[in-house]
Design a protein around this ligand. Structure first.
Ligand SMILES: Nc1ncnc2c1ncn2[C@@H]1O[C@H](COP(=O)(O)OP(=O)(O)OP(=O)(O)O)[C@@H](O)[C@H]1O
Length: 289
């Protein structure tokens, strides 16, 4: 004997089963079902980020955590690499509009990220921080909805974007699941969905693959690879294999300064030794500092 049917479940089943038949009835028996139009999760955005004379310091007399005279970023995906404490997270926080530098400026297509129109300019940036903390009792959908509200997305647009980004990161089967029941890799994918929500022209990913198992890393890498061609993606990583496989350009940061900037292929070819190793290319570069 079947158990009692829960009203919410019943309502969902009725909606799923009845609506197609009802629509069929309205269109008439000969009408063909319309093809489903899948929205691309991201349109292509060409953008220039310019960093000029930026100094970021945490304490008044301390050596700047980031010190960059001039850096222009147009083509990506960009890999941002450096040892612990090199300044990667500080730079990404600064590019995200979260931390105003003590000196210098950051602009996106000529508009200052810390100027009068900062709210508008910052809307063009999606940021996935290294430390991710979502309230455990919220579901995947609720987290994305809350982020859409914080981003002041219009409700109709927000609903469409929510569906798009959850599918883009492969969490559609987990949409109703609470955050506390997600694995580390799934939480990272949720953070990526939030970063993608406003269809950013600049996507900043701080260590997106750290702490993931090889399968999860491959999954996140594939998602980033798909999105990276559509906006200027800048990702920090310790994993040189990820940097070599995902990025087209690389920046080596050391002591807050840019030691090297150039194409990833050339970086690995010219500095990677006989085995053409991205790891060797990185170590060779910082050894000369
Ligand atoms: N909130 C903070 N207060 C004081 N100093 C900080 C703070 N955050 C970072 N720093 C310092 O700034 C420097 C750069 O740190 P940052 O976290 O940007 O480096 P990172 O390259 O991202 O390092 P990791 O690879 O370990 O994440 C370090 O010397 C660090 O100690």
């Amino acid at each position: 004997m079947e158990g009692p049917v829960r009203p919410r479940l019943l309502r969902r089943q009725v909606q799923r089963r009845a609506w197609p038949r009802l629509l069929q009835g309205l269109r008439g028996p000969t009408a063909q079902p319309r093809p489903v139009q899948r929205q691309p999760v991201h349109h292509v955005h060409a953008v220039t980020v310019l960093i000029s004379g930026v100094r970021c310091t945490y304490h008044r007399d301390a050596i700047p955590a980031v010190s960059i005279d001039q850096l222009e970023l147009t083509a990506g995906p960009v890999g941002l690499v450096g040892v612990n404490g090199a300044g990667k997270s500080t730079l990404l926080r600064t590019l995200a509009g979260c931390r105003q530098p003590q000196e210098g400026s950051v602009s996106i297509d000529g508009a200052s990220l810390y100027g009068r129109r900062r709210r508008v300019v910052a809307q063009r940036v999606g940021y996935m921080p290294q430390e991710i903390q979502f309230p455990g009792e919220l579901s995947v959908t609720q987290v994305v909805d809350y982020a859409a509200w914080l981003r002041a997305l219009k409700p109709r647009h927000a609903a469409q974007r929510r569906a798009d980004v959850i599918v883009a990161v492969g969490l559609e089967d987990r949409a109703d699941q609470r955050v506390r029941a997600l694995s580390g890799g799934m939480r990272r994918r949720l953070a990526l969905a939030v970063a993608l929500l406003s269809e950013p022209a600049v996507l900043l990913l701080d260590e997106p693959t750290t702490g993931l198992d090889p399968e999860q890393r491959a999954g996140v890498r594939a998602i980033i690879g798909e999105i990276a061609g559509r906006c200027l993606t800048i990702m920090s990583s310790h994993v040189m294999e990820d940097v070599a496989s995902i990025t087209s350009n690389v920046i080596v940061l050391h002591g807050g300064r840019v030691l090297h900037q150039g194409e990833t292929d050339a970086f690995v070819r010219e500095r990677g030794g006989p085995t053409q190793s991205a790891e060797v290319a990185f170590l060779t570069t910082i050894a000369g500092a």
